[in-house]
Every structure is written in structure tokens, then in C-alpha cells.
Ligand binder design. Structure first.
Ligand code: ZN
Length: 83
């Protein structure tokens, strides 16, 4: 493919269409059980990519470690960015 899709927010490498990459996203979702089909359906109300990593950088992180870091942040973490 060869056309630039994005770049890695950690190392700056260009990510072309067709290249594997890792994103951390913030999704606001609404879940419901559809009685007619007895299936769960999830509707994404809002989605925002927080950052994008090339496959090398993204795969060097353990997802559980990232989750532990996010859980350890205070609910209003805007002060962390200010300081
Ligand atoms: Zn990278």
C-alpha cells in the first residue's frame, strides 16, 4: 500500500496503511440486551484515539501494566498535566 496512515507517538516512525499498529482509545459505549435475538449489542457513542504506536513500540508494552497505570491515576488527572 505505502500511503501514510499515521505516525508512532513514541518513536515517530511512519505507519503506512496495511501496517499493524496499536492504539489506545477512549470509547463511550452503550450496551443493551436485545430481547428479540437474546444478543448483547454495543453502540459506540463517542470514540477518540488517545495515542497511536507502531507495532514494535505497541507490542513492547504489557497491556496489564498500562491498565494498572490508568487505574492508579486520580479521577481528575488534569492536575498531572498542569504540573
Ligand atoms: Zn514506534
Amino acid at each position: 500500500m505505502g500511503k501514510e496512515f499515521s505516525s508512532c507517538d513514541r518513536c515517530g516512525k511512519v505507519i503506512d496503511y496495511g501496517n499493524a499498529h496499536v492504539t489506545i482509545s477512549r470509547n463511550v459505549e452503550y450496551a443493551e440486551l436485545v430481547i428479540a435475538t437474546n444478543q448483547k449489542e454495543i453502540q459506540v457513542i463517542d470514540s477518540e484515539v488517545i495515542f497511536t504506536l507502531c507495532a514494535h513500540c505497541g507490542n513492547s508494552f504489557d497491556a496489564r501494566t498500562i491498565a494498572a497505570i490508568i487505574i492508579s491515576l486520580p479521577p481528575n488527572s488534569s492536575r498531572i498535566i498542569e504540573n
